[in-house]
Design a protein around this ligand. Structure first.
Ligand SMILES: Cc1ncsc1CCOP(=O)(O)O
Ligand SMILES: C=C1C=NC(C)=NC1=N
Ligand SMILES: [Mg+2]
Length: 219
C-alpha cells in the first residue's frame, strides 16, 4: 500500500460526514445509509461525548458501519481511537492536538489516511511535517456539537493558511450546512465536514444531496 495522493485526498474531502451514535435521533445505521445514498465522499466514526458507546459495544457498532461504508466504496476513518482503527483495519485515523502526536500515529498506521485537527499556522506546519494527509480546520461557524470547541474563526484561518503557502488537502469543520458550505470551499478548503447538518436532518438523504450539489458547484 502507498500513501494516498493529494489529488485523491482532495476528492475524498468534498462531503465528509462525521458521526457517532449520540449525534442522531433516528437509527444511526439508517442515517448513515441515507448519507451514503446521498453521496458523502468520506465517513468518520466519532463516538465520543455524552452517551457515547464504549468497549465491545463501540467496537461492534464501528464494525457494522465500516461494512456499510465498504458496500458504497466510501473510506472509513476512525476519530481518536488508533487501536480501534488498527483492529478494524480502517482506512484511516483522525486525531486532534490533544491526542497522540501525529508522527507516533503515522508510525503505527503505516500508509493509512491520517487527518489532523489544526487551529493555527504553527499546528498546520507541524501536522504536515509529521506526515498528515489532510488537516481539519475549524470551528468555522458556531457549533453545539463539540462542547470544548475552540473559538469560532469564520473562514479567516482557511484563507490565511492558503495565503501562507499551506497546500495540503484541507477540510473545514464546525456549523457547516448547505447554506454556508460554498463560503468554506471558496475560501480555499477542498471540502466540508459535517455532523448535525446530516445526522439531525429531517432527511439525511436530501440534506446530503444538497451539500454535494453545493460543494460541486464551487469546484
Ligand atoms: C468535531 C468538531 N471539531 C470542530 S467543530 C466540531 C463539531 C462539528 O459538528 P457540526 O457539524 O454539528 O457543527
Ligand atoms: C475535530 C475534527 C476536525 N476535523 C475533522 C475532519 N474531524 C474532526 N474530528
Ligand atoms: Mg481527538
Amino acid at each position: 500500500m502507498v500513501r494516498i495522493s493529494n489529488e485523491k485526498m482532495r476528492e475524498l474531502l468534498r462531503v465528509y460526514f462525521i458521526m457517532g451514535s449520540n449525534n442522531c435521533k433516528k437509527d444511526p445505521l439508517e442515517v448513515i445509509r441515507e448519507a451514503l445514498e446521498g453521496g458523502i465522499t468520506l465517513f468518520q466514526f466519532r463516538e465520543k461525548g455524552k452517551g457515547a458507546l464504549t468497549g465491545e459495544k463501540k467496537h461492534v457498532f464501528a464494525k457494522e458501519i465500516q461494512s456499510i461504508c465498504k458496500k458504497y466504496n466510501v473510506p472509513f476513518i476512525v476519530n481518536d481511537d488508533v487501536d480501534l482503527a488498527i483492529a478494524l483495519d480502517a482506512d484511516g485515523v483522525h486525531i486532534g492536538q490533544e491526542d497522540e502526536s501525529a508522527d507516533r500515529v503515522r508510525e503505527k498506521i503505516g500508509d493509512k489516511i491520517l487527518g489532523v485537527s489544526v487551529h493555527n499556522l504553527e499546528e498546520a506546519r507541524k501536522a504536515i511535517a509529521q506526515g498528515a494527509d489532510y488537516i481539519g480546520v475549524g470551528p468555522v461557524f458556531p457549533t453545539k456539537t463539540k462542547e470544548d470547541a475552540k473559538e469560532v474563526q469564520g473562514t479567516s484561518l482557511i484563507l490565511s493558511l492558503r495565503q501562507n503557502g499551506i497546500q495540503i488537502p484541507m477540510v473545514g469543520i464546525g456549523g457547516i450546512n448547505a447554506e454556508n458550505a460554498s463560503e468554506v470551499v471558496k475560501a480555499g478548503a477542498d471540502g466540508v465536514s459535517v455532523i448535525t447538518a446530516i445526522s439531525l436532518a429531517e432527511s439525511p438523504f436530501e440534506s446530503t444531496k444538497q451539500l454535494v450539489m453545493t460543494v460541486n458547484e464551487c469546484l
